[in-house]
Design a binder for this molecule. Structure first.
Ligand code: SF4
Length: 337
């Protein structure tokens, strides 16, 4: 399959400054050397606890933030440091859905003004045709075309997220990056919004990067899933192999927190409780960043950083002692894989 987006060695280090002269004394390594592709028409789920860099990564690939290192290539264009003026045409193609549908919608603007704003900014349509287009989009996201003149506060959380989604569709994007699109919503509403995203993907030929803090939200919608920890991808695999045979201890811990609906299967599962919180990205642990919380950690984990390597077809992991490793894999020596 063809890559729509290719990210190589992506970095975002936020400087920490001191004093009036703002002398840089350290850096928060929010995203620290991340590489992956997003293929046309797929959904890549990106999962990790808060502070793992996933939101920063989403903002980098939509170019809301400027990377400090690495490369972002979208449809063959290197957009890593492209100036905003040249980025404008590409802005239509890459859109972002935010976590909190309420704070991202201007309360003083009607739904028609919010969803139709990109047309008005670009001056590409008459008011009458904007209204028609916006009403079509509202119908597409499951809202009533008569909602055109209403205000965001008149809607429920789920409906507001539908307005947020409608707004991203105006310019017919190719890639949508959704940052925790359902985590602010009631559990009962979450599935509806996920199903809507799935329907829109089929209908409009969209490609998604969906960011979430747990593995259950992205389970059904993702084709592949990347797990991030402290600014790095620790595991990346297709959905089936990630959920059925996770290799990284951190993924196993996240997986053990996903609810299992079937009580018969639930009792067989061991809950892995991680010790402590995610360490600060200001001063991450050396070598394997997970070693301070990993129950499998050995001396080598504190000394040698395990590279992200492919241990099974399409299944990459960064660990010296992976779980479910294929036959012939020598623990403690991922570089030999
Ligand atoms: Fe745990 Fe070592 Fe693997 Fe890191 S490299 S996840 S510390 S076993």
């Amino acid at each position: 399959p063809e890559a729509l987006l290719s990210v190589r060695g992506l970095e975002k280090h936020f400087p920490v400054t001191k004093g009036l002269l703002k002398k840089q004394v350290a850096a928060v390594r929010a995203v620290d050397g991340v590489s992956f592709d997003v293929f046309k028409g797929e959904t890549l789920g990106v999962v990790g606890e808060s502070g793992c860099g996933k939101t920063t990564m989403g903002r980098l690939i939509t170019r809301l933030l400027e990377p400090t290192g690495g490369e972002i290539v979208f449809e063959g264009h290197d957009i890593t440091h492209m100036p905003q003026t040249r980025l404008r045409p590409l802005r239509r193609d890459i859109q972002m859905i935010f976590q909190d549908p309420y704070s991202s919608l201007n309360p003083r603007h009607t739904v028609g003004a919010i969803v139709g704003a990109p047309y008005r900014i670009q001056g590409i349509k008459t008011e009458q045709s904007i209204k028609k287009e916006v009403q079509d989009i509202l119908a597409l996201v499951g809202l009533n075309p008569e909602h055109y003149n209403r205000y965001p506060h008149e809607f429920s959380g789920g409906q507001r997220q539908r307005i947020g989604i409608a707004r991203t569709l105006t310019l017919k994007p190719k890639l949508i990056v959704a940052d925790e699109p359902v985590s602010a919503l009631d559990v009962s509403i979450q599935a509806q919004v996920v199903n809507l995203l799935e329907d829109l993907q089929n209908e409009l030929d969209l490609t998604y990067v969906i960011i979430a803090h747990d593995l259950s939200v992205v389970r059904h919608i993702s084709d592949r899933v990347a797990v991030m920890y402290l600014g790095k991808i620790v595991e990346l695999a297709d959905r089936k192999s990630l959920y059925e045979s996770p290799m990284h201890p951190y993924t196993n811990a996240l997986m053990s927190a996903v609810p299992i609906p079937d009580p018969a299967r639930r009792k067989d599962r061991k809950r892995i409780r991680l010790q402590g919180d995610v360490p600060s990205p200001l001063n991450p642990p050396p070598a394997c960043r997970f070693h301070t919380r990993c129950w499998k950690a050995q001396e080598i984990c504190k000394k040698v950083e395990p590279p992200l390597v492919e241990l099974a077809v399409g299944h990459q992991v960064a660990c010296h002692f992976p779980e479910n490793a294929p036959e012939g894999f020598t623990p403690g020596d991922v570089t030999a894989a």
